[in-house]
Design a protein around this ligand. Structure first.
Ligand SMILES: [Fe+2]
Length: 254
């Protein structure tokens, strides 16, 4: 499994504060069956300043545990727009991880996302099941039509954020508004990976091995290699489907 959203660098955000905590998280990841992790700490001017050093320190611990670590960042939409000429993309690809704060999904959001797409980025929306409610579904569908990808948190599927969020996560899966399942892990206790727990819940919901592989591995592997052929999976459909997406210059590919 590949994790595209994980707060693994220590001392830069609300993730681990000490190298020992990072090491504990990495050992947990290994036990969960994760092989590759993208380090997506919350953006701050401080993070930007120390990113290289902090990343290299954590990557060295990851190597000793047997996990490949890649650079990345989690941006609030407003920050991503302000910094769009120098964003830390996921594993050096065109993909960026963006969170949109609850309650600000107004019509201006479409223009802002489009601005990022025109700048050459492919936008992955972090944890929509935790930021929004079922009332926002039409807007989320519109973002999906614009080429935005969706990352659902494994802990949400596993019920760690409550029944309401778990139900909405399943609803997004039904709608085909899920391309990645990632951990958003912050610490080894309350905010760990829960990847294998989420996987077994989805197996009980009769997702095929092919669908599970798509959400936990295949699409993420395309982020690592910078391939633009991300696919969605809908619980309503029996097969994953390809979808249109914006190319580097904002044109649509087939
Ligand atoms: Fe996060």
């Amino acid at each position: 499994m590949i994790d595209i959203h994980c707060h693994i660098l220590w001392g830069v955000d609300d993730g681990p504060q000490l190298p020992e905590e990072t090491e504990e998280l990495l050992n947990l990841a290994k036990a969960e069956g994760l092989t590759d992790i993208i380090a997506t700490s919350h953006y701050s001017p401080y993070l930007e300043q120390v990113y290289e050093e902090k990343f290299e320190e954590a990557a060295s611990v990851a190597r000793s545990v047997g996990i490949n670590l890649y650079s990345g960042c989690e941006y609030k939409l407003q920050d991503a727009l302000l910094l769009k000429d120098r964003l830390i993309t996921l594993a050096g690809s065109d993909f960026i991880l963006v969170e949109i704060t609850s309650g600000v999904l107004g019509d201006f959001v479409y223009n802002q996302v489009y601005d990022l797409e025109l700048a050459g980025y492919q936008v992955i929306l972090a944890h929509p099941e935790r930021s929004f409610t079922p009332a926002d579904l039409p807007k989320l569908r519109k973002l999906g039509d614009m080429g935005v990808y969706f990352q659902i948190t494994a802990g949400s599927i596993a019920g760690k954020f409550g029944k309401q969020i778990q139900r909405f996560a399943f609803k997004l899966l039904e709608e085909g508004l899920c391309h990645f399942i990632a951990s958003d892990a912050h610490n080894p206790h309350s905010r760990a990976f829960f990847s294998s727990e989420a996987k077994s819940i989805l197996q009980k919901k009769e997702l095929t091995p092919q669908a599970i592989n798509l959400l936990f591995h295949e699409n993420a592997s395309k982020v690592l290699s910078g391939e633009p052929s991300i696919r969605s999976f809908s619980l309503k459909r029996s097969q994953p489907s390809s979808r249109k997406l914006f190319s580097k210059r904002g044109r649509r590919l087939s």
